[in-house]
Design a protein around this ligand. Structure first.
Ligand code: AMP
Length: 414
C-alpha cells in the first residue's frame, strides 16, 4: 500500500512516501521518496530524494508556502525524482498532528468534525497545528478521493496517571479550563520503546525505559511496560528540558516579575513590558541554547564555539547537560528503576559529547557507557559497557515510518 506521510513543523514541511505490506513485521524501511522544505525568513530550500538516492535541491523565495508544498509533493509523481506513475497510486495519507488535546489520542480518520477539533486545540500549539491542518487541506485538493489519517504526538501520553498530568494549581484550572500535562514527541517515544525491546530481545512489558528525544525540541518519557507514565513536556511543548530556542521549565515567578515590570522605572507600563507576544517570542524563540550562548540554537555550533573557548557557549552546554541529567533522574524515580536509557533525534543520535556528558553522573543508577562504542555509534546501537546494569541505546527516530505503519493498520481495520 502506497502511503504518503506529511510531517509539518513551524518552519519545515517534511513528506515521505512509503510502500508497506499488510502483514510485514519488518522494522523501519526507507521511504520510496522523501521531500523536505525549509523556510528561514523569506528564504526557501527544497530537498527531494527518491529511492535511488537522487537528490534535487533548489533555493527560492518563499511566497506562498502552500504552493511550494504542492510542488514538492508533485516531485513524487512527475519529473526526474518521480517514483509513481501517477498520483492515483497513493492510497492513504497520514499526518503528524502535534496536539490532539484531551479528546484526540488515537489515530483517527480525518473528517470535518476532526478538523474542527484539531482547530479547537490550535490555540495551545498554534504554529504546529495550523501547519498540520494546511497539509490536510492541501491533500484534500491534490488527492481528493483518498482517506486521511491524523496521528497525534500527544497520543502516547494518554496513559499518564493523574499525579503526573495534573498541575498543583486550583483544581478548577484542570476541571473547567482543561489545563493539564499532555506531553509531546509521543510518536517517537513510543517507537523507541518498541525498538529498544526488539534490539535487546526482551519483552517490552518487562522493561522500564527512559527515552531522551533530543532534537530542536527536547523531551524525556518514562515508559513502564510500554506505557508512558511520565514526561517532561507539559500543557505545551515549552515545559521541561532546555532546547534549541525554548527555555524549558523556569520559575513561574520570573514571569510574574517580568510582567509586573520594574516598579522603580518611571517608564513602567504594564502593557509594554508584559506583552504576551513578547514573552511568548522570548521563551519560545530567543531562549535555550541560543539565548544563553548567543551563538546558535544548533548544538553543533554551540559545541564548535565551546571548543574555541567561547564561555557562554560552554555555559549553554553545561546547563543543557545539567538539566538533562536531573530530568533523567526524575524519570527514573517515577519509574522506580531503570533498565534502558535511549538517546534519539538530532542531538541524541549524533552527539557523542552530549551522551557522554549526560551519562557521567548516572553511574549510581547503573548506567555505564562504553566510551569507544559511544564515539563510534552508528544508530541503532548499544553503547553501554558489557556489564552495565542499564542498557544505553542510540536509536534513529523514525517518525514518518511510524505514522505510515499506523495508517496501514488503520486502513486495514486493525
Ligand atoms: P531534529 O529536531 O531531531 O531534526 O534535531 C535537530 C538538531 O539536532 C539540530 O538543531 C542540531 O542541534 C542537532 N544535531 C544534528 N546533528 C548533530 C551533531 N552531529 N552534533 C550535535 N548536534 C547535532
Amino acid at each position: 500500500m502506497k502511503i504518503l506521510v506529511l510531517n509539518s513543523g513551524s518552519s519545515t514541511q517534511k513528506s515521505a512516501l512509503f510502500d508497506l505490506e499488510q502483514n510485514s513485521s519488518h522494522g523501519p524501511i526507507p521511504p520510496l521518496w522523501e521531500g523536505k522544505l525549509e523556510w528561514d525568513g523569506d528564504k526557501e530550500t527544497l530537498h527531494v530524494h527518491n529511492h535511488t538516492g537522487q537528490e534535487i535541491r533548489s533555493n527560492g523565495k518563499a511566497s506562498v508556502q502552500r504552493a511550494s508544498v504542492a510542488a514538492m509533493l508533485e516531485n513524487s509523481w512527475s519529473g526526474p525524482t518521480a517514483v509513481l506513475k501517477s498520483r492515483g497510486e497513493i492510497e492513504v495519507a497520514g499526518h503528524r498532528i502535534v496536539h490532539g488535546g484531551a479528546k484526540l489520542t488515537q489515530p483517527v480518520r480525518i473528517t470535518p468534525e476532526i478538523k474542527q477539533e484539531i482547530e479547537n486545540v490550535a490555540s495551545i500549539a498554534p504554529l504546529h497545528n495550523q501547519a498540520g491542518l494546511e497539509g490536510v487541506e492541501l491533500v484534500e485538493k491534490l488527492l481528493p478521493n483518498i482517506p486521511q489519517v491524523a496521528v497525534f504526538d500527544t497520543g502516547f501520553h494518554r496513559t499518564l496517571p493523574p499525579q503526573a498530568f495534573i498541575y498543583p494549581v486550583p483544581y478548577s484550572w484542570y476541571e473547567r479550563d482543561g489545563i493539564r500535562r499532555f506531553g509531546f514527541h509521543g510518536i517517537n517515544h513510543e517507537y523507541c520503546s518498541h525498538r529498544a525491546a526488539s534490539l535487546l530481545g526482551r519483552e517490552l512489558s518487562t522493561l522500564k525505559i527512559v527515552t531522551c528525544h533530543l532534537g530542536n525540541g527536547c523531551s524525556l518519557a518514562a515508559i513502564d511496560g510500554g506505557k508512558s507514565i511520565d514526561t517532561t513536556m507539559g500543557f505545551t511543548p515549552l515545559e521541561g528540558l532546555m532546547m534549541g530556542t525554548r527555555s524549558g521549565s523556569i520559575d513561574p515567578g520570573i514571569l510574574i516579575h517580568v510582567m509586573a515590570g520594574n516598579p522603580t522605572d518611571p517608564r513602567r507600563n504594564r502593557r509594554d513590558v508584559a506583552h504576551v507576544e513578547l514573552i511568548d517570542e522570548t521563551l519560545n524563540r530567543q531562549s535555550g541554547l541560543l539565548g544563553i550562548s548567543g551563538v546558535s540554537s544548533d548544538m553543533r555550533e554551540v559545541l564548535h564555539a565551546t571548543r574555541n573557548r567561547n564561555e557562554r557557549a560552554g555555559l549553554a552546554f553545561d546547563i543543557f547537560v545539567h538539566r538533562l541529567q536531573s530530568a533523567i533522574g526524575a524519570m527514573a524515580a517515577s519509574l522506580g528503576g531503570l533498565d534502558v536509557l535511549v538517546f534519539t533525534a538530532g542531538i541524541g543520535e549524533n552527539s557523542a559529547e552530549v551522551r557522554l556528558a549526560a551519562c557521567t553522573r548516572l553511574k549510581f543508577l547503573g548506567v555505564e557507557l562504553d566510551e569507544a562504542a559511544n564515539s563510534n555509534a552508528n544508530p541503532d546501537a548499544d553503547i553501554s559497557l558489557h556489564g552495565s546494569r542499564v542498557r544505553v541505546l542510540v536509536i534513529r527516530a523514525q517518525e514518518d515510518w511510524s505514522i505510515a505503519r499506523k495508517c496501514l493498520r488503520f486502513a486495514s481495520g486493525a
